[in-house]
Ligand binder design. Structure first.
Ligand SMILES: Cc1ncc(COP(=O)(O)OP(=O)(O)O)c(N)n1
Ligand SMILES: Cc1ncsc1CCOP(=O)(O)O
Ligand SMILES: [Mg+2]
Length: 236
């Protein structure tokens, strides 16, 4: 199944073992998928390559067990090497998310193939200019943020002087309207933010802690999906 053609970034979970309060990454992924999340990204800044391969395999197994291998995309953050190794071992990995200090997206595209999903974080500085001038042909979506500062990724939106740029709703709406490709917004996003975010025109939201640190991840994920759907349903 070519997941690139049917990419759905409306409800996007980013998760790693450092985010789950000691709970199983695969179990929380299962909760999120059953709740209706459409995209999963394995992201860990502490796991070894072997651990990341294992986590990716467990995530792919969880998606398969839920019967969603053709619907829910599985991406890995940063690590082209991990994806190539996992694929070599027969794991279905659909793509990669890379930022501005990671492996260049065109290199990822070359090695992962035309069917892979390649997501890119836009530059914090000159965000609008970047989005409008970069060659988006090899890219499937832009990850933009943060809505507010977040302990999950304290450097998100940080400038060289240490100050952090957060994105106002009107900034986000402008980014969504000028971007030639879909935009997913994350960083400090909580349930109550979704009605306003849905009005900005972004294609989806991404979260870590709103699900992975929740007392009941399944319930938190369900509330997020329901809230997004209720606020993006078209009134035809
Ligand atoms: C969906 C999504 N958007 C943005 C990011 C951030 O990527 P990056 O800027 O490379 O930072 P790290 O996640 O690598 O710390 C993301 N991971 N996912
Ligand atoms: C991975 C990532 N990229 C930008 S912010 C962020 C983390 C968002 O985490 P949280 O949803 O817990 O604020
Ligand atoms: Mg990165």
């Amino acid at each position: 199944m070519n997941m690139r053609e049917k990419l759905d970034i409306s409800a996007y979970l980013v998760i790693g073992p450092e985010n789950t309060k000691g709970r199983s990454v695969a179990a929380i992924i299962t909760d999120a998928i059953e709740a209706g999340f459409t995209c999963i990204q394995i992201r860990s800044k502490v796991a070894s390559a072997r651990e990341l391969i294992q986590l990716t395999k467990e995530a792919a197994d969880a998606i398969k067990t839920a019967g969603k291998s053709d619907d829910v995309a599985l991406l890995v953050n940063d690590r082209l090497d991990v994806i190539l190794a996992a694929r070599h071992m027969g794991v279905k990995v659909d793509g990669i998310h890379v930022g501005q200090s990671d492996i260049p997206y065109d290199v990822c595209r070359k090695h992962l193939g035309e069917d892979a999903i390649v997501g890119v974080s836009a530059r914090t500085e000159a965000l609008l200019e970047y989005i409008q001038t970069v060659d988006v042909q090899p890219i499937d979506y832009f990850g933009v943020g943060p809505l507010r500062e977040t302990a999950t990724k304290p450097d998100c939106g940080q400038l060289q002087d240490g100050s952090v740029i957060t994105r106002s709703l009107s900034d986000i709406a402008e980014v969504a309207s000028v971007s030639p490709i879909p935009v997913v917004l994350g960083g400090g996003v909580k349930l109550d933010d979704l009605p306003a975010l849905a009005k900005t025109g972004v294609h989806g939201f991404f979260v870590v802690s709103a699900v992975t640190e929740a007392k009941d991840p399944k319930q938190a994920a369900t509330e997020l999906v329901d809230m997004w759907q209720r606020n993006t349903e078209r009134e035809d």
